[in-house]
Write a protein that binds this ligand. Structure first.
Ligand SMILES: [Fe+2]
Length: 387
């Protein structure tokens, strides 16, 4: 998700811009009451090199509290856009709340009515018992455009993304939200897509999505030629290994000839997801980590959209972010990831856990290291052909 973790850098910059004296124990715990749409002049120490000019745009969690309700998880607060501009030796900082349907729905109700990854919507306290029972049989309104995970420059547009099928276009200079939300599933048959697409040198945007068919949940690679959503198409579709437990993948890897999906044993329970919609549960509460199961490296050939006949495996781990991937001249496929031992990391990012002291033995800890996996594609190709 850039995960909300990406906003660490920006929070640090924000601190510099405002010169805030009393830092909380963790910048992740911050709640932003009011955005700063008018650029704030930074205080410069030293000299900004004359050649250094440009913009750095990020998005992350901003508003944690709405009325008397609070988001429970770091991945959920209302999206706050950040812009650091360096020009002529001067540095300015601007922030603006994403003008999303989620933002407006929450503000109108003065409570969290659009939940998130680890926060279920708060029910209307005025609803009668009958209303609540009736709601079990009706679909909640679909508002999934709190795009707090990543921003991506696509041609001349800045797009804010999250891990649903909804995106928002943002003016890169003013941070104004432009037009209506874009719903990817209006153009290609998916249910959700990651917030970490790859842009090929030819301008095609590729992304990992998910959907399902009569055989079970599927992982999909979709493409947007020249970044145009109207031209979105399905490049590949492969079945998840478990019919009722698709793996959670936050990003994926791409090389000249392959898409690589790391299907970890950190999964969504389909049954728990369906039940959770009606019983006020969050997405996170439907997730299951199988520590004794393997990670499957699912390799898809870009040219054909077909999965490689060999499934490469590893002991269980989880990753949010891929670092790099490339092919070597001797047919090796190299994949570098930010390696996390357990999918339990998402529990560590609940505010109730982040608020605990580091010396508290009940606190979920989290850490990641860079790890490299090397897949011997050439050798496997030859073995596959001998079958
Ligand atoms: Fe991310």
């Amino acid at each position: 998700m850039a995960l909300p973790l990406h906003s660490i850098v920006i929070f640090a910059l924000l601190t510099l811009a405002h010169g805030e004296p009393d830092l909380p124990t963790s910048s992740w715990l911050r709640h932003c009451e009011k955005d700063t749409p008018t650029p704030v002049q930074g205080v410069t120490e030293g000299v900004v090199p004359a050649w250094l000019e440009g913009r750095l745009t990020r998005v992350g969690p901003g508003m944690r509290h709405v009325g008397s309700t609070s988001y429970r998880h770091l991945f959920d607060p209302l999206a706050l856009l950040h812009l650091v501009t360096v020009q002529g030796g001067e540095v300015t900082y601007t922030s603006k709340y994403l003008d999303s349907d989620a933002y407006h729905a929450n503000m109108a109700a003065n409570r969290i009515v659009v939940g998130g990854f680890g926060t279920a919507p708060f029910p209307d306290p005025c609803r009668t018992l009958f209303d609540r029972v009736a709601s079990w049989f009706s679909r909640p309104p679909k508002i999934m455009d709190n795009c707090l995970v990543n921003v991506l420059q696509v041609r001349d547009q800045m797009v804010a993304m999250t891990e649903t099928d909804e995106m928002r276009v943002v003016d890169a200079e003013t941070l104004n939200t432009l037009g209506n939300k874009i719903t990817i599933s209006d153009y290609v048959a998916i249910r959700q897509a990651t917030a970490h697409p790859h842009v090929d040198p030819d301008g095609t945007v590729y992304n990992l999505a998910s959907s399902g068919n009569r055989h079970g949940p599927t992982y999909n690679i979709i493409s947007l030629p020249n970044g145009e959503i109207e031209k979105a198409k399905m490049e590949a579709s492969i079945l998840a290994r478990w019919r009722f437990h698709p793996g959670y993948m936050h990003s994926y890897a791409i090389t000249e000839n392959y898409f690589i999906l790391l299907e970890s044993p950190f999964t969504f329970s389909i049954g728990a997801l369906l039940a959770g919609r009606y019983f006020g549960k969050s997405f996170e509460e439907a997730m299951v980590w199988f520590p004794n199961e393997k990670v499957h490296f699912r390799v898809i050939e870009r040219r054909t959209g077909q999965e490689h006949p060999t499934t490469f495996t590893s002991d269980a781990f989880f990753t949010f972010h891929h670092i790099n991937a490339y092919e070597t001249s001797d047919d090796m496929l190299v994949i570098d990831v930010s390696y996390i031992e357990s999918g339990e990391i998402v529990k560590a990012l609940y505010y109730s856990n982040l608020n605990k002291s580091n010396t508290d033995p009940t606190k979920f800890k989290f850490d990641s290291v860079a790890k490299r996996f090397i897949l011997p594609m050439g050798r496997c190709q030859r073995n596959a052909h001998r079958k």
